[in-house]
Design a protein around this ligand. Structure first.
Ligand code: MCA
Ligand code: AMP
Length: 523
């Protein structure tokens, strides 16, 4: 059986489906190149049979050809983040144990030593795309695993979420129906391609529907405005930080430029925001400037998209709407009994889009599901006039910055590895631009005056070991961490250290429903 993802591309053999820094590709070109990649990866074997293939490739048509090629060879794709340092890649290699890493030559330096130390072969993309021997590609059943996406959790180190082809299909079909995707759509893509948002909501949905996906090499607010201003983009999806950046660029522009920029989005049929709470002032300002009322939706790596405001009908500010087609959702109390409308509860989700397991973590997988198969999201919400409002997360240790999920515990583990750090606590401070601003309070080892550990040295230490968005933006060296009666670090009081130290203060948007201030007492 051919994968539906492949069949769908076959229907648009002669249409342009990708515009990327490498050029324009039709569905047929993407299919042919992914077949070459699949044959090269198979190297004479019948089926990769779920072997992991990591790939470190910038967003573009090569990325798509590699991803589709891994799938067509029966492999399990593990996309690596182009912004991450080698230490993060090394941890993924240790966890996923891939049989190979496909790498774009511009990124080889970022993974060469880690791969060599682990004896994982590196396959560079130019060679991989060149036609070689052709063989019969395997039949890949939809129940087979397709992707491992790494996501931060409450247990420190990121864990791999295994999504099957059937999960991806269910997620894409739900969005196709709810958001009215068609082959006439043209979407811009500048989101990173190691997350569901960029991979499923944008790239895979576009290719599934034979639409045109235009890949920008990176996010640049002026470039995005210039593209939108041409008036041919029909769909746009981004995180709240991106909309905020676009608003800042608009504010800084000349009146005539503003006028031109504002005209472009008026021809879009839909603009979507998600991955973090959309502050109401951002929604309102965007509508005032562009005439577009953003559609806010809610999702998670483990489940894809679950809740969405309607395509047609009222898009309510501060609300994430109602369940998407095929998604079952309930709110429960601490005993996992459903709560009545108007009362807060944890979101549980069931459905064909929901993942089945974390990669090689049976205990964490078991803990993530209730006995009757509901996935525990750890997010709190309530139902208000028939629509869901997200209240925040149960754990103070999960932060969201610029749409990136971050574990405070993971950062603390790394900082504690610095020889001059005795202890530390990482918190998220509500921030208009980032959502949560990652901040670290650090107790220095020894009694030097002034302390030997400086914020800049610690940030440099973190930068070598962690993704850029996990590097604390502010570091405060303190004598002691505030603790509760049980001796546990009191994170709300750690937050106060930063809000008191801030000059001028950076107040949270009072209308931001995802602000950690909205969480219940965390201890
Ligand atoms: C970059 N920096 C960040 C972030 N991104 N700091 C905190 N949070 C971030 N997200 C750092 C840079 O390393 C740099 O640090 C400084 O901030 C300024 O960088 P800048 O060049 O301005 O940033 P950028 O490269 O323009 O990136 C900002 C961004 C990007 C465009 C908002 O973070 C982004 O694309 N975020 C989207 C992530 C996403 O797709 N999330 C979906 C996952 P320094 O100055 O120290 O060098 S959630 C998901 O998939 C679920 C299913 C869902 O619901 O969608
Ligand atoms: P990730 O694990 O990176 O997929 O991030 C998923 C998390 O992002 C969810 O569990 C929520 O906490 C958060 N999230 C996604 N969309 C929204 C939204 N519209 N409003 C508030 N939080 C959101």
């Amino acid at each position: 059986m051919t994968l539906a993802l492949v069949d769908r591309l076959d229907r648009v053999r002669h249409r342009t489906v990708l515009t990327a820094p490498e050029g324009r590709w039709t569905g047929g070109e993407l299919l042919d190149t992914s077949e070459t990649v699949a044959n090269r990866l198979l190297a004479g074997r019948d089926d990769l049979a779920g072997e992991r293939v990591c790939f470190l490739v910038p967003p573009g048509s090569t990325y798509a050809a590699v991803q589709w090629g891994v799938w067509r060879a029966g492999g399990l794709g593990v996309p690596l983040a182009v912004s991450h340092p080698e230490a993060e890649h090394a941890r993924v290699l240790d966890d996923a144990r891939p049989e190979a890493v496909v790498v774009h030559p511009t990124l080889t330096d970022r993974i060469r030593s880690a791969a060599r130390e682990r004896r994982v072969p590196l396959l560079e993309t130019p060679a991989l795309l060149h036609t070689g021997p052709r063989g019969v590609l395997p039949d890949v059943d939809e129940s087979r695993p397709a992707l491992v996406l790494y996501t931060s959790g409450t247990t420190g180190r990121p864990k791999g979420v295994v999504l099957s082809h059937a999960n991806l299909r269910a997620q894409v079909e739900a969005l196709t129906e709810a958001w009215g995707w068609s082959a006439d759509d043209h979407i811009l893509l500048h989101l990173p391609l190691h997350h569901v948002h960029g991979i499923v909501n944008v790239l895979t949905s576009a290719l599934w529907n034979g639409a045109h996906c235009e890949v920008l090499p990176r996010f640049d607010a002026e470039d995005v405005w210039a593209r939108l201003a041409r008036g041919d983009v029909t769909l746009y999806m981004a995180v709240p930080t991106v909309y905020r950046r676009l608003l800042d660029a608009w504010d800084a522009a000349e009146p005539r430029t503003r006028e031109r920029w504002s005209e472009g989005p008026r021809t879009c049929r839909l603009m979507v925001s998600g991955s973090a709470a959309l502050p109401v002032p951002t929604l309102e300002r965007w509508e005032a400037i562009t005439g577009q009322r953003l559609l806010e939706r809610y999702g998670m790596t483990e489940i894809g998209m679950a809740l969405s405001n309607p395509l047609r009908g009222e898009r309510r500010a501060g609300s994430v709407g109602t369940p998407l087609p095929g998604v079952e959702l309930r709110l429960v109390d601490a005993d996992e009994r459903p709560v009545p409308d108007g009362e807060p509860g944890q979101i549980l989700v069931r459905g064909a889009g929901v993942f089945a397991s974390y990669w090689e973590r049976p205990e964490e997988t078991a803990a993530a599901f209730s006995s009757d198969g509901w996935f525990r999201t750890g997010d709190l919400a309530l139902v208000e006039d028939g629509a869901y409002r997200i209240l925040g997360r149960e754990s103070v240790d999960i932060l969201k910055s610029g749409g990136e999920k971050i574990s405070a515990l993971e950062i603390e583990d790394v900082l504690r590895g610095h020889e001059d750090v005795a202890d530390c606590a990482v918190v998220g401070i509500p921030d208009e631009a980032w959502g949560d601003r990652v901040c670290a309070a650090v107790v220095a080892r020894g009694a030097d005056e002034p302390p030997v550990v400086t914020p800049e040295a610690l940030r440099a230490f973190a930068r070598e070991r962690l993704a850029p968005y996990k590097v604390p933006k502010d570091v405060l060296v303190v004598d002691d961490l505030p603790r509760n009666a049980m001796g546990k670090v009191a994170k709300p009081r750690v937050r106060t250290l930063f809000t008191e130290a801030a000059t001028p203060a950076t107040p949270a948007s009072s209308t931001d429903p995802g602000s950690p201030e909205a969480e219940p007492p965390p201890e």
